[in-house]
Design a protein around this ligand. Structure first.
Ligand code: PLP
Length: 362
């Protein structure tokens, strides 16, 4: 039997159909495609961090419960005392844990669209059907009529709501989310990956709705390389999900580094504030550009569209000018010719605006 034949026989057909999650190689481009914090750490803090790492015994397995990390993480994220926590190797892993736990035969996932692609992608890994309901075209708010109809029709086991949403940058109405929580038999996962840039949370509703859990991550805060996300909510949910968590999913270096930096973390907060200022500045510049539509954003990126040029040409020409952003054109019909740019340093943002203006002015 040829290897190809053997693979065709053995691998699940829905996996054969998938494409691996593509991440562009940035080379030495200015990287404004992945919602990373562009700022390095202060030199003194970096030095203390490296000294601290000398005491980490990487010959030993990490603490499976990450006990030392729990307190600083709780306090940095404002997790209520009475709520439980589950840690993941990035929130991506938590999405995977939730879906693997809930992938009963016929169980469905519901998401608004466009949204974060990993919900749909991981649903496929788990052999679950993922139903998507288009957002309202004008402002990317939830289409509540369609969402309610989908809940009635499909009775989804899980609903994912990114709050703020990626790639649209907006916060859904809290009252809409509460309506979905009230009418849903399933679990509602509110993904607050961009919380630091939005100052809004559904965490204070955890007491009221026992089908709500909230997800956070340190990635967009400036620690994407550590891979650390968390789920918080009722202990009963966390206990079930914890059964699927691989015992040492948070490695020793991540545990020690996150504990260290969250205690020293004032500069991360300052960087976040700076990014919010830069978001406003970049928004203003894009908004006054002729023939360009930009949506306001509560996250660390902006979504925009240029009337006279395809997203693909803009993306390619920016790349030639040394700048990498993300074309969202293929992601969803509502995003036709849309692009997403991450907020960078003032210098990076200026380089982006200069290049973009040159590219789109006739
Ligand atoms: C970036 C992003 C994540 C991924 O978080 P990790 O913790 O880095 O895995 C999760 N949800 C949304 C909506 C995101 O945009």
């Amino acid at each position: 039997m040829s290897l190809q034949k053997r693979i065709q026989n053995l691998i699940r057909p829905e996996i054969l159909e998938l494409k691996a999650y593509g991440v562009a190689d940035p080379g030495d481009l200015i990287k404004l495609d992945a919602m990373e914090n562009p700022y390095p750490w202060p030199a003194e803090i970096k030095k203390q961090w490296l000294t601290m790492l000398e005491s980490v015994d990487v010959n030993r397995y990490p603490d499976p419960a990450a006990r030392q990390l729990m307190t600083p993480l709780r306090s940095a994220m404002g997790i209520p005392k009475e709520q439980s926590m589950l840690l993941g190797n990035g929130s991506d892993e938590i999405i995977q844990i939730i879906l693997f736990a809930m992938a009963k035969s016929g169980a469905r996932v519901l998401v608004p669209a466009p949204t974060f692609v990993m919900y749909d992608q991981i649903a496929r890994f788990a052999d679950m059907e993922c139903i998507s309901v288009a957002l309202n075209a004008n402002d990317f708010s939830l289409d509540m009529g369609a969402m309610k109809a989908a809940i009635t029709r499909h009775d989804p086991a899980v609903i994912f709501l990114a709050y703020p949403n990626n790639p649209t940058g907006n916060l859904f109405d809290r009252s809409d989310i509460e309506d979905l929580l009230s009418m849903s038999n399933g679990l509602v996962v509110v993904d607050e990956a961009y919380h630091a840039f939005a100052d809004r949370t559904m965490m204070d509703a955890l007491d009221e709705y026992d089908n709500l859990v909230v997800m956070r991550t340190v990635s967009k805060l400036g620690l994407a390389g550590l891979r650390l996300g968390l789920l918080t909510g009722n202990e009963a949910w966390c206990q079930e999900f914890d059964k699927l968590r691989l015992p040492y999913n948070i490695n020793s270096l991540t545990q020690a580094s996150a504990e260290f930096i969250l205690k020293e973390g004032d500069f991360l907060r300052q960087q976040t504030e700076e990014i919010k200022k830069q978001r406003q500045a970049l928004f203003n510049q894009l908004q006054k550009t002729n023939g360009l539509k930009v949506w306001s954003s509560q996250a660390n990126f902006l979504l925009f569209r240029v009337d006279t040029m395809s997203a693909e040409s803009i993306h390619n020409e920016l790349k030639q000018a040394g700048i990498l952003i993300k074309s969202m054109d293929k992601a969803h019909p509502l995003l036709q010719d849309c692009l997403r740019v991450t907020i960078g340093t003032p210098a990076e943002n200026s380089a982006f605006i200069e290049a973009l203006t040159r590219i789109i002015s006739p």
